[in-house]
Design a binder for this molecule. Sequence first.
Ligand SMILES: NC(=O)c1ccc[n+]([C@@H]2O[C@H](COP(=O)([O-])OP(=O)(O)OC[C@H]3O[C@@H](n4cnc5c(N)ncnc54)[C@H](O)[C@@H]3O)[C@@H](O)[C@H]2O)c1
Length: 311
Amino acid sequence: MKRLLVTGGLGFIGSHFVQMALERGYHVINVDKKTYAARKNLGFESFPHYELIEADICTMTHLPPGVDFVVNFAAESHVDNSITANRVFFESNAYGVYNLLELIRAKNETDRPVFLHISTDEVYGSHMTGECTEDNKIYPSSPYSATKAAADELIYAWYKTYGIKYIICRSCNNYGIGQHPEKLFSKTFDHLFNNKKMTVHGDGSYKREWLYVGDNCDAILTVLEKGKTGEVYNISSKEEHSVVDVVKMIITGMGRKPEEWIEFIPNRFGQDGRYAINCDKVKALGWKPTMTLKQYIPQYAEIYKKTYGSV
Ligand SMILES: NC(=O)c1ccc[n+]([C@@H]2O[C@H](COP(=O)([O-])OP(=O)(O)OC[C@H]3O[C@@H](n4cnc5c(N)ncnc54)[C@H](O)[C@@H]3O)[C@@H](O)[C@H]2O)c1
């Protein structure tokens, strides 16, 4: 049984990954600081091959023995927060990665896990045409994406200088159950449920790619099992929509009129016009996405209705 040390495994994507890894027979040691973004009552304790350590990746002093991979999801993840309070982003997203790399380096070479780091398409910055491959230059715009890019650069340097083995996954925007309501997809449902207009920055024309969280976790496990160390893998559904179009899809899906339920607010500083990534490399490992936003919105609405009574 392979042993994974998963950081941030109580967060949105990390918790789906932990569930999938446990179901596929991995031993999971979950390290999480339990910030405001951590989910509760996930039921992982019912798996005998699960352990939870409440800890901050910035202050951890050692890694447990016999770990095959450190899968690092732990991060501050909300771009708006990074604009108003950026220090903790630098600490968790950059310094935390530095500390994990040093903890791996401190081990005997034969006992060093592979560092599988979860990065983001945002590190490439805005590209109004075409799509970024893994070889594109890193050119971040927000404090969030700058700290994620800093982590990627640290990983390259620790590989070149100290031989630390790594794999980096860069995914696009995820959606699914358990996402904090600060994020666009769940926030739109939350606002509708509370009969509040959904707020959209600027004119909402900036484009993103949208990926079901289960597909992302499956891609990460595919990379873990079949990918090569020393490589970056982009992960995307190639489903590209502007932010305002996603909000409209959800509002329409709920049987309401978009023009009555959207409020446009001033744009975010450093807003990127478009992210688009090429994911042929992960597809060559045999992975492909299974879900689309159009298919998922009614499913999510049903789950929401069951939980809260109506939307
Ligand atoms: N959500 C997306 O659409 C998206 C897209 C691309 C990449 N990512 C990346 O995926 C990862 C997970 O994103 P998410 O949306 O699930 O985040 P999230 O904010 O939902 O969860 C983050 C988790 O990490 C934990 N954490 C934060 N700082 C920590 C620290 N210093 N030490 C230990 N634990 C800490 C939190 O308690 C939380 O459980 C992040 O690295 C993010 O940059 C997210």
